[in-house]
Design a protein around this ligand. Sequence first.
Ligand SMILES: Cc1ncc(COP(=O)(O)O)c(C=O)c1O
Length: 430
Amino acid sequence: MGTAKNISNESDQRPPFAAFTNHQIPEKFQTLPTPCYVIDEGQLHQNGQLLADIAQRCGCKILLAQKAFSNYDFYPILNEYLAGTEASGLFEAKLGKEMMPDKEVHVFCGAYREDEFEELLKTADHIVFNSPRQLEKFGFRAKASGKSIGLRINPECSTQEGHDIYDPCAQGSRLGTTRAVWDNEMTPELIALLDGLHFHTLCEQDSDALETTLNAVEEKFGFFLSRMKWLNMGGGHHITRLDYDIKRLEKCIKRAQDTWNLQVYLEPGEACALNAGFLVTRVLDILTNGDTRIAILDSSATCHMPDVIEMPYTPPLFGAKIWINKAPTDAVSSGTEAGNMIKKSNSEGLIYRLAGPTCLAGDVIGEYSFSHELREGDLLVFGDMAIYTTCKNNTFNGMPLPNIWKRSKDGSLVQLTHFGYGDFKMRLGS
Ligand SMILES: Cc1ncc(COP(=O)(O)O)c(C=O)c1O
């Protein structure tokens, strides 16, 4: 998750709420037991089609990065548009193979384990290693099993600022082989093992950042790329965002194809399910502390939208404006204004800090401005909640896992999960 989509304080409705016609929360949402996630099939189709069109025009292959979105009930939809799945390890690889059985299964992991590798060989088609040592340890066996072998490179080209946690090119990063390490450790035998190179350096970025990265890749690794069958450009391409520069992306893809005569892969996660989910929640209590007006919700930042804290970012909320954005690029506007919420109320609407019910003092989703007073029981809907949420959530404090619902193209809602006490308990003991 990242900063770009949350910087705007202006629009409270679109595009994260584009599925809401008449600018209203759909009536069916009012009856949902909260908290719950609702995943929108229509938006997944729309995202998938856009990605499929690019793949078709350019001859590249686009995979679903499952770390962002692994709600497999929806894989049949994405299967219509994508070339396969990308996994971060054995379990995601198994899920991809099981749920998109006719498609490619790619895996990249920071370090593979001996006790999982045989099963991985039965599961994945493309195996990408992070270091020459891992390539040496597992690569010969993988090659003998007929796998397509890749090495993740680190072009040492940071194109984002302010959140090292999501920058694989940050100083001292463990992700990918730098040119210096390549020169020291890659023997002719290891190089001969390689079918492709992989880089992943972006996070919610436009294609100008990809262009810059590609220059660095060409400068540092261009010589080796002419011997490769494929180049995987990773994820972080915010392709399905409204203002994303698709033409420039296609230029980058064609440039790589023309320069090195290879198959290009992209493995976006966010772009596949961008704006395709909602977190529906209710107000449990309203309280104040000095100038701060607080609404405690039945959902939690730390449990149900952990990137809000990790990244950090402030998610869009239907019918309200983000008043203070947690995103690092907006740091200037945060902090000093925070203490003055009640005084600000007249000119700016009513400002509420929305927070979770857990013990964590920092379990705060954000500060939002409303045109009306919030009351206990009010229904709130956060947008863009399909990505990095259900696959990252947890039951800290014994918080229930929100159930997952499907919203079909005709607007009907179907409950997909039935989480309860058992799901909390089973991970804690016998
Ligand atoms: C190797 C790799 N590929 C793909 C992705 C997907 O990135 P995004 O969801 O930002 O498109 C990630 C995200 O961390 C990644 O680490």
